[in-house]
Design a protein around this ligand. Structure first.
Ligand SMILES: Nc1nc2c(ncn2[C@@H]2O[C@H](COP(=O)(O)OP(=O)(O)OP(=O)(O)O)[C@@H](O)[C@H]2O)c(=O)[nH]1
Length: 309
């Protein structure tokens, strides 16, 4: 690539918004590959996974943060710390406000917090445009404008988007790129995320383990990877990746939910996770899952460290 710092832009953007606002889905739509775990339940994004959008004129590095929320546990506090540290470091903050929902106290709190990071430009994104009629969108955009004014934020842009239909995803990229500093690419071409593969694999396993039992186990699952190695002695064209992982639960009573009758559910979890991991890494996988109990891991600092928070 013959780009110079004069005609190339490179920098960081982060999506913020209440839980379920569509941040992860939009990140995936921009990057074009499933790297961030999306779910219909709030607060499943634990890691600031970066997706990288490579364009001829720019490199846009997306930092996906967990939702800011009133902390009730030590984990909650850590999550909020991660969010605020991220905000101070990026070149543009993109606030996601779903058109399918009224702007509420949660959004006001969040926008108020974002306003405190005064120097960073802010873009408002009206997500889930496909779910609403045009007149509702017009009303929503006016509310976003008013929210900016009452919080002391001058939006650099307000963009309606649908990450699921693809509507205006490119416009979101354009508006974010405009606000990046000039500079050389920060990552090699082709990198989609710099998150260690172990973290992504752990997230895929956690997602599979939560599938169908989210109501019973909303935030009580953590996954660690003990080992991830290519099996020795395999022919070069038939590699096999051995992955040894642990699913941590808070209480004994949760074991049955995850494991199921005679281990049937755990087998399904393993099969689903394996499929996702193979799609992500492009290598056949042998996945060994162990279910363990780490009592009250969400409130125990020692456990949190061990589990990587
Ligand atoms: N119809 C529609 N649904 C969407 C769109 N974007 C996201 N969703 C859905 O909204 C839900 C939440 O999306 P996520 O991308 O996980 O939201 P998030 O803001 O990352 O959520 P947290 O990780 O909990 O903070 C999922 O069920 C998505 O499929 C969209 O553009 N249109």
């Amino acid at each position: 690539m013959s780009s110079t710092a004069e005609n190339f832009k490179a920098g960081f953007a982060c999506f913020v918004g209440r839980p379920n606002a569509g941040k992860s889905t939009l990140t995936n739509a921009l990057v074009g590959k499933k790297i961030v775990i999306t779910s219909s339940k709030p607060q499943t994004t634990r890691h600031a996974v970066r997706g990288i959008v490579h364009r001829p004129d720019a490199q846009l590095i997306l930092v996906d943060t967990p939702g800011l929320h009133k902390p009730r546990t030590l984990l909650g506090e850590r999550l909020n710390d991660v969010v605020k540290t991220t905000w101070a470091e990026v070149d543009v903050i993109a606030v996601c406000l779903p058109a399918s929902e009224k702007i509420g106290p949660g959004d006001r709190f969040l926008v108020g917090e974002a306003a405190k990071v005064a120097k960073t430009p802010k873009v408002a994104i009206a997500t889930k445009a496909d779910l609403v009629e045009p007149d509702r969108m017009v009303e929503h955009l006016a509310e976003i404008q008013a929210l900016g004014e009452s919080s002391g934020i001058e939006w650099a842009a307000i963009v309606p988007v649908s990450a699921t239909s693809g509507y205006q995803v490119d416009v979101v990229a354009d508006e974010l790129v405009k606000l990046l500093p000039e500079g050389f690419p920060l990552y090699p071409d082709g990198d989609i995320t710099d998150e260690p593969e172990e973290v992504l694999v752990g997230e895929l396993i956690r997602e599979a383990a939560l599938e169908g039992v989210r109501d019973e186990l909303p935030h009580s699952i953590a996954v660690t990877i003990d080992e991830m190695t290519l099996r020795e002695g395999r022919p070069e064209d038939k590699p096999l990746l051995d992955i040894y992982a642990n699913i941590f639960l808070e209480r004994d009573s949760q074991k049955g939910i995850v494991i199921g009758h005679k281990g049937a559910r755990l087998r399904d979890v393993g099969a689903a996770a394996r499929q996702q991991i193979e799609a992500l890494l492009g290598t056949p996988v042998y996945l060994d899952l162990h279910v363990k109990i780490a009592k009250n891991w969400q409130t125990d600092a020692k456990h949190l460290r061990k589990l990587g928070f």
